[in-house]
Design a protein around this ligand. Structure first.
Ligand code: AHR
Length: 833
């Protein structure tokens, strides 16, 4: 693409129009390469309560009583006995406690005993941030029960509101026996029942004696009415994206934090009550009710092909299996069996297991990915692990394409998986990442290996992206599609986020762990972010061939504040720190704070949990993974901060923030960042963080007090440790980028042109569009996503940023169109070549 470089000054954000129309030439006479079927796909893992508390429609949280207590750091696979488990409580005349006496089976080692005290008593579950109730809706409750100490009456399953004062729906079992039996009851809510998530599910009984419960499940209607199925509202959003594949399971979840918690798929098939569950790597336990068969159900219901990511012998704590070891042989065999489970005939060993799980027909499978982000494996074992697994897979399934998670030398993969998470300005610049001759270090691979862009997303907006991020996401996706002769597949990540906030009273943590995610939901609602709308627009309007485009468009330089200012702060990242004796001095040498700002509770605000202040020492919230404390005024500029800091525990060092507008927009000095290895500055724009300035080796010692000084001087900051200058960095002018981006494709079957234009500027952009080699150009349709760049969608405002469709009446071999400020526009119209 040729860019006409005009003076950035012409395009200051206050301008109302660009000086001259842009020129967009689209060449229909010389169509380029075919767009492969890998456009567009989905990436998924159990993160942000994606399945439990998300896509998987199960409403009971901790249905096998094995979840660790809130804030528990222990991963003891033997949850305690004699306790009321998390998310359960006692109602009425009763007591409740867990036991391990004669459980139903080895996968369900813990029972919950309800002890009745001569009246109606029960146990209640509060669900995933509530249990959703809707009018005229059928619920199916399933559980194991056995009477103890002489109890032989029925059990009632009910949905209740207002602490049990109002029953919304209920059903009773037959009288239960003293041996384990599985009971299943259904009930309907009334037509005038409220719509609310403030409900609880109660299992109750009347009398004396007790009842042991195991595996308690409650399902509302599911997508397609499939038992143990998926949430209809989320599935509808996904169906509108027309995904061609699902990378499953992608991400860290495929690896697990340690070997005991890896993605052991064989424990995630078969009947749900025979799956033990496991500790996920994103701080919560996975029930594994959503296991391999449910991934396949998901693919089937969306018409998407699985891209199977197999466990490859490396876990997140850095442990790995040695190539050639018995462990590697086991994982390789597991991968072969997993492939057979997915694509083997129904009379093969593992194909039969799939058929038993409800899928007699083999699934189409063309791609297998070996591991996830193995560039983190500093041991260098991936070469050997990849070679071993690839050899075995290719020997049995020569037709499969093998994806490596990082470049390898000895065994040539078919594709390599690239990942990028970055700010909007970086993602816009990455439009040309894979262009021929771009010179980008991560661009086209020298050995010709094709690319799977398996995780990417603009970081900005949380828990879901804002429009500014969506514009950059559109630009990046267009760049991938233009280069889809090299980038054969792509999928945004993460896909889902449960957007519930932390609720200490209920024992609920915040629902999401990753800052920026495509689709948000709570118990009752699901919504697409602006980036979701971009990808749904693109997925629903796929071209068959890329059309060459020449866009003469001005460049703009995102403005940098000439008078940088903002609040000061301290932070923690996976580390317990103490900060004290904080003094902030203005440019005139006068103190902006008292002798110890850390003693003034009222001056601080916090992200992610409340910091404590005791005896003038500021400490981060217990259990927080990341959190910053901000103090001072937004108007503060050119100040000097002195303080003392000590690391108590954890894997990183200290964080000092300055020029902070809020918890998402700031600069910071990360002293002992990157695993306590370096000192470096980072800038965060709308939650998207990027390093800048020099990177210097630095390790913070645990238990030692450090004297720190930060001098903020305009765009430059200097950092001193014990009187020595350690950091000097200038937050420089942003790099110029085109004000707008364009790409085009052709739909062979219908003879239509699809044009995508993103205007990232604050001003309307008029473009003269010329179609070379086109005849019989007709009226079509435009879809426009536009708005305030910092606007985002939410449960309260799900459609604040939503696409609107309008007729495109003036399409012709040459026509003009004005593209709205901050917009993504998709034009689709007939044209003969
Ligand atoms: O998408 C979130 C995480 O980012 C994935 O789990 C991991 O692969 C990457 O680091």
């Amino acid at each position: 693409m040729k860019l006409l470089l005009l003076s950035a000054a012409l395009f200051a954000s206050t301008a109302t129009v660009f000086a001259a129309p842009a020129k967009l030439d689209i060449d229909l006479a010389h169509p380029g390469h075919a767009i492969p079927p890998g456009f567009y796909g989905l990436m998924t893992e159990e993160i942000n309560y994606s399945y439990d508390g998300g896509l998987f429609a199960e409403l009971i949280r901790n249905r096998t009583f094995q979840d660790p207590a809130a804030g528990a750091t222990s991963r003891d696979p033997r949850p305690p006995v004699g306790v009321v488990p998390p998310h359960w409580s006692v109602v009425g005349a009763a007591r409740a406690a867990t036991n391990r006496t004669d459980p139903v089976n080895a996968a369900l080692p813990v029972n919950l005993r309800l002890t009745l005290t001569g009246g109606i008593g029960g146990v209640a579950n509060n669900g995933y941030w509530g249990i959703p109730v809707r009018p005229a809706t059928k619920y199916t409750a399933t559980f194991y029960a056995r009477g103890v100490d002489g109890f032989a009456g029925p059990v009632t399953a009910a949905l209740v509101l207002d602490d049990g004062a109002k029953v919304i729906g209920q059903a009773e079992t037959e009288p239960i026996s003293g041996a384990w039996k599985k009971y299943s009851v259904t009930f309907n809510t009334a037509a005038d029942a409220p719509t609310t998530a403030a409900a609880r599910f109660v299992l109750s009984a009347n009398g004396t004696g007790g009842v042991d419960f195991s595996f308690v499940s409650l399902f509302p209607p599911t997508y397609g009415g499939v038992p143990n199925g998926l949430r209809p509202d989320i599935m509808k959003l996904l169906a509108a994206m027309h995904p061609k594949f699902i990378r499953l399971p992608g991400g860290n979840y495929a690896e697990g934090s340690r070997f005991a918690d890896r993605f052991a798929w064989k424990t995630m098939i078969g009947p749900a009550d025979e799956r033990p569950g496991h500790m996920g790597c994103w701080s919560y336990r996975s029930s594994d009710g959503f296991g391999l068969p449910e991934y396949l159900l998901w693919c089937k219901q969306l018409g998407a092909e699985p891209v199977l990511a197999v466990f490859a012998g490396y876990v997140l704590n850095g442990d790995y299996a040695h190539p050639g070891s018995p462990e590697m042989a086991l994982y390789t065999q597991e991968a072969l069996d997993e492939i057979e489970y997915v694509m083997g005939p129904a009379d093969s060993e593992w194909g039969k297991r799939r058929a038993d799980d409800g899928f007699p027909e083999p699934f189409p499978l063309h791609y297998v990915e070996i591991g996830n982000e193995d560039f983190f494996d500093r041991s260098g074992s991936y070469e050997g692990r990849f070679a071993e697994m690839t050899k075995a897979i290719r020997a049995k399934y020569p037709q499969l394409k093998i994806i490596a998670t990082t470049p390898v030398k000895d065994t040539k993969p078919d594709l390599v998986d690239d990942h990028i998470y970055a700010t909007a300005s970086t993602m816009q610049r990455e439009f040309t990442r894979y262009d021929v001759g771009s010179g980008h270090p991560e661009g086209r691979k020298a050995d010709g290996v094709k690319v799977f862009m398996g995780e990417w997303a603009t970081q900005g907006g949380s828990p879901t992206p804002n429009l500014n991020s969506a514009l950059a996401d559109a630009v990046f996706a267009m760049g991938l599609e233009r280069n889809s002769d090299d980038v054969l597949m792509e999928c945004y990540a993460p896909l889902f986020a449960n957007v519930n906030l932390e609720n200490k009273e209920r024992g609920d943590p915040r629902g999401w762990q990753w800052p920026t995610n495509l689709i948000g939901y709570d118990a009752l609602h699901a919504f697409g972010s602006p980036s979701y709308h971009v990808l749904a627009m693109f997925g629903a309007n796929r071209g068959d061939k890329v059309l060459p485009v020449n866009f003469d468009v001005p460049t703009v330089t995102p403005p940098i504040d000439p008078h940088p200012h903002g609040r000061f702060g301290v932070g923690m990242y996976g580390t317990r720190n103490e900060y004290t004796d904080i003094v902030v001095t203005g440019p005139d040498g006068k103190k902006l704070s008292s002798a110890n700002l850390a003693a003034e509770a009222g001056r601080w605000t916090f992200t992610h949990g409340k910091w404590s202040i005791e005896n003038g020492v500021l400490r981060p919230p217990e259990g927080a993974q990341q959190s910053w404390a901000l103090a001072g005024e937004p108007t503060w500029a050119n100040y000097t901060v002195t303080l003392r800091a000590r690391k108590v525990a954890g894997g990183e060092g200290f964080i000092l923030l300055w020029n902070s507008a809020d918890g998402d927009n700031y600069r910071w000095w990360n002293l002992g960042g990157w695993g306590n290895t370096v000192s470096r500055c980072e800038v965060s724009e709308n939650g998207g963080r990027e390093p800048y300035g020099p990177s210097v080796p630095f390790t913070v010692e645990t238990g030692r007090w450090y004297d720190l000084k930060l001098v903020v001087d305009g765009h430059t900051a200097r950092g001193y440790v014990d009187g020595k200058l350690v950091m000097e960095a200038t937050d420089t002018q942003r790099q110029p980028t085109p004000a707008a981006f364009a790409s085009a494709s052709y739909v062979d079957a219908t003879g239509e042109v699809i044009v995508k234009v993103v205007n990232t500027a604050a001003t309307p952009l008029e473009a003269a569009i010329h179609l070379a080699g086109a005849a019989q150009v007709g009226a079509g349709q435009a879809i426009v996503l536009a708005g305030d760049p910092i606007a985002t969608n939410s449960v309260a405002q799900p459609d604040k940023v939503a696409p609107r469709e309008e007729p495109l009446a003036n399409a012709a071999p040459s026509f003009t169109r004005t593209f709205a400020p901050y917009s993504v526009t998709l034009l689709r119209f007939p044209a003969k070549r």
